[in-house]
Design a protein around this ligand. Sequence first.
Ligand code: 1CP
Length: 367
Amino acid sequence: MQLSQRLEFPKLKNDLILRAARGEAVERPPCWIMRQAGRYLPEYHEVKNGRDFFETCRDAEIASEITIQPVRRYAGLLDAAIIFSDILVIPQAMGMKVEMVEGKGPHFPEPLRTLEDAQKVLDYEVDVLKELAWAFKAITVTRMKLDGQVPLLGFCGGPWTLLVYMTEGGGSRLFRFAKQWLNESPNVIHKLLQKTTDVAVEFLAQQVVAGAQMLQVFESWGGELSSRDFDEFCLPYVRQISAKLPARLRELGIIEHIPITIFAKGSWYALDALCDSGYSAVSLDWLWDPKEAVKISNGRVTLQGNLDPGVIYGTDEIITKRVEEMISGFGGGKKNYIVNFGHGTHPFMDPEKIKHFLQECHRIGSA
Ligand code: 1CP
């Protein structure tokens, strides 16, 4: 798509998160929450109405409604919306079947177990625009409906995390198959990671064309890798994504800088490297002491995080105390900081507690 053909979107009224991601000084830290749309919100279950998960993602009207629900409920408290979708749409676009089992999570009926299985995926010709057309439509519809209230975030799974699901066939505790692949057939794994990376770059770029204003890469299983395996199987691909994206965006007529965040859960050893990996922001899990992370990042990136989501089960007083500690730990939050949890919301969380968290982030972050 050329510049002249680009879609016209409503004017953005709140660009706080974009400014913070660019490293500009801000009046208070922007706030959003990983997995803010979905399972803990009664209005989500109402709209989903027992439908299949991927069916809801593929219906632009429903996906946009679910994306906007938290923005509406927490009016004025959230500074970004994240498109309602899943990281596993990339394996789907690569020809793999993925089902979402209610109450259990993702399930691949035919995970990669043999070299022939892997070859089939490597040989599959992926047409990102065609296979994920529904995702781009959902983004465009959502951006229009948001009417510039807050920026819309696009996202994808990191290549290593996607490989875990493709080999394990779902969530895992032991990572038996993924680790077997890494240590038995590293060459095949590199080919799969490369192919996934190429699809991820195109997917992210097209999300921006469709209307995403900021992006995040979720390497949720980063911390399952040893530091040396992270350097071999994760970091180079995560780096390729941030390195290749700007050129692809320019080809597609996008000249503005699109901030991109990397979240490599559990990969504490990689923070220094991630600060030099071409990402505007690095999202931290709750194992980090904010002060230590600030010391290491030393102003190279904007840090995002990192409340232990479990704090939301606590009293208002303890939530307030943890917010104070978090924001002061990140240096007061007026530069190089975005408020978030260290991981996603849980289905059992009380939306009112999350509201208290957000209100306190605003109060303390504005002081
Ligand atoms: O508000 C939002 O963030 C909604 C959009 C969203 C995002 C960004 C969903 C909806 N999923 C994701 C990302 C995602 N999906 C990640 C990365 C973030 C993280 O680490 O949490 C991962 C690992 C997945 C995979 C996945 N999808 C799981 C985890 C399985 C495991 O291995 O433990 C699950 C349970 C899903 C299903 C899913 N995705 C999203 C929702 C709301 C749900 C629950 C489906 C339902 O309604 O039952």
